[in-house]
Design a protein around this ligand. Structure first.
Ligand SMILES: O=C(CO)COP(=O)(O)O
Length: 252
């Protein structure tokens, strides 16, 4: 039985003050950490305050990116060691917005995933096809290649510790969700890729999330599918109430 993950990706939203407002509501929630991993992935500047606020709660704090090197002359970047030192536990890697706007490639995704695992951070590795690729019938081959390259050189136990998020680019922030069946089919193809490359145990243990316009209204149907183990959520994670409804749905 795979424990579901509900991970909020705040993207470039909220000031530290607004994050505190979120926390005032979220901290009173009863989350059963044995049933769900609830994670908030916030902008770097908010991480110290959020890690502090989350102490004693069942919500994990994650970053939205990290650099693959331990340290060095990389102006403007943040290393995994810096995140680890702060008490951050998760890190989103290879989000489509980073692939699109910040030159993230399958190769850097692989290096970052390895660097995160070496530090004991849980990578949430994002994959997904564009609308053009979907319409050309390339979804599964595109996504399988992204997964294969992201996991290149990882051991079976490292793969098991990694979370994959399938986020079709055309469904992000658009209100268009893949149908639960379509999303499940791609998540199943991802699991098959992991099976082929890393073996049965890795394939059955790895959590695969869906992301793209997930809301309290559609979470139950998505979680009802065999190969969907949770969600990576943008817009609906910004309000504590809706984030907590998603967590609630996953811990049932
Ligand atoms: O990109 C996403 C999460 O990483 C999805 O964003 P939305 O939930 O706003 O569509």
């Amino acid at each position: 039985m795979r424990k579901p993950v509900i991970a909020g990706n705040w993207k470039m939203f909220k000031t530290v003050g607004e994050a505190h407002d979120f926390w005032n509501t979220a901290s009173s929630a009863t989350i059963d950490a044995s049933k769900v991993d609830a994670v908030i992935c916030a902008p770097f500047l908010q991480l110290p305050a959020l890690v502090e606020a989350a102490k004693g709660s069942s919500i994990h704090i994650g970053a939205q990116n990290m650099h693959q090197e331990k340290e060095g002359a990389f102006t403007g970047e943040i290393s995994g060691d810096m995140l680890k030192d702060l008490g951050v536990t998760h890190v989103v890697i290879g989000h489509s917005e980073r692939r699109q706007y910040f030159n993230e490639t399958d190769e850097t995704v692989n290096l970052k995933t390895k660097a995160a695992l070496d530090l004991g951070l849980t990578p949430i590795v994002c994959v997904g096809e564009s609308l053009e690729q979907r319409e050309a019938g390339e979804t599964e081959s595109v996504v399988s290649k992204q997964v294969a390259e992201a996991f290149e050189g990882l051991t079976e136990s490292e793969v098991e510790k990694t979370v994959v998020a399938y986020e079709p680019i055309w469904a992000i922030g658009t209100g268009k969700t893949a149908t639960a069946d379509d999303a499940n089919q791609v998540c199943q193809a991802i699991r098959e890729t992991i099976l082929d490359l890393h073996g049965e145990e890795a394939a059955s243990a790895t959590r695969i999330l869906y992301g793209g316009s997930v809301k309290p209204a559609n979470i139950k149907e998505l979680l009802g599918k065999d190969d969907i183990d949770g969600a990576l959520v943008g817009g609906a994670s910004l309000e504590a109430d809706s984030f907590l409804q998603l967590v609630e749905a996953a811990q049932k």
